[in-house]
Ligand binder design. Structure first.
Ligand code: FMN
Length: 241
């Protein structure tokens, strides 16, 4: 029997918007039947910068118990949802710094074959929702990951209007996360868990016998004959745990 999907929510948040959406994704992931880890990228800003902004201090205090993300969280996960505030239309340096610690896993092929998705928050309406998510997804392509975006797969997606991922406009602290964004987050978490579950079930299933004789499968002249009863190992079985 296939075990529950392991979902990692990995985010960075200065002033709490992304942290709020991360919590919504966390709860929705659990409801969808996943085992969920919610972790935050380490802070890079000096404490003096944080102390100059009351909202930043409040978020730092409120999320002090959220564990700091490590590469092992990604290795553990079947599905990863990354979250970041936009920074000049791009991924925050804190989340990017975390992504840059994944080189070792990448070199071993351990970032591949997982489901990835993203969420973002901006101050103004047309200042980075899509560009930030697309920038985030650049890294996923290098991982060999599978981008699972929400698309317009649920009628409620027409309310938030962003098929690339959950996004929120915080109006520089004047527009707290509300129902539209929370609904988008729930749809995204449910879809990520559902798609990861399908992949997991397929990987756990017996490889179909006819795959061996698929006309596109070129014979390997150096292949050793298998002993009776031995089943072929697929490439993903060779590379993963
Ligand atoms: C250095 C910097 C650059 C930013 N760049 C943008 C931007 O390009 N577009 C935008 O709408 N908001 C921008 N913002 C605002 C944040 O992305 C936005 O307020 C976000 O919702 C904060 O999320 P958080 O509360 O989780 O930290 C920027 C903020 C900072 C500090």
């Amino acid at each position: 029997m296939t075990t529950p999907v392991k979902l990692a929510i990995v985010y960075y948040s200065s002033t709490g918007t992304i942290a709020t959406i991360a919590r919504e994704l966390h709860d929705a992931g659990l409801k969808a039947g996943a085992e969920v880890r919610m972790v935050r990228a380490g802070e890079l800003a000096p404490q003096s910068a944080i102390d100059s902004n009351p909202a930043w201090v409040a978020n730092q205090t409120a999320t002090a118990d959220v564990p700091e993300a490590t590469p092992e969280d990604i290795d553990w996960a079947d599905a990863v949802i990354f979250g970041t505030p936009t920074r000049f239309g791009n991924v925050s340096s804190q989340l990017k710094q975390f992504i840059d610690t994944l080189g070792g896993l990448w070199a071993e092929g351990r970032l591949a074959d997982k489901v990835y998705s993203g969420f973002v928050s901006t101050a103004t309406a047309h200042a980075g929702h899509e560009s930030t998510l697309l920038a985030l997804y650049n890294s996923v392509h290098h991982f060999g990951g599978i981008v699972v975006s929400p698309g317009f797969t649920d009628p409620a997606k027409f309310a938030d209007g962003n098929p690339y991922g959950t996004s929120h406009t915080d109006g520089q602290g004047t527009n707290p996360v509300g129902d539209t964004t929370r609904t988008a987050a729930r749809i995204q978490a449910e879809r990520v868990v559902a798609m990861a579950a399908r992949l997991k079930a397929a990987a756990d299933a017996e490889p179909p016998a006819e795959a061996e004789s698929h006309p596109m499968a070129a014979p390997d002249p150096e292949a050793q004959p298998r002993t009776a009863g031995e089943r072929p190992r697929r490439w993903w079985q060779r590379r993963r745990r």
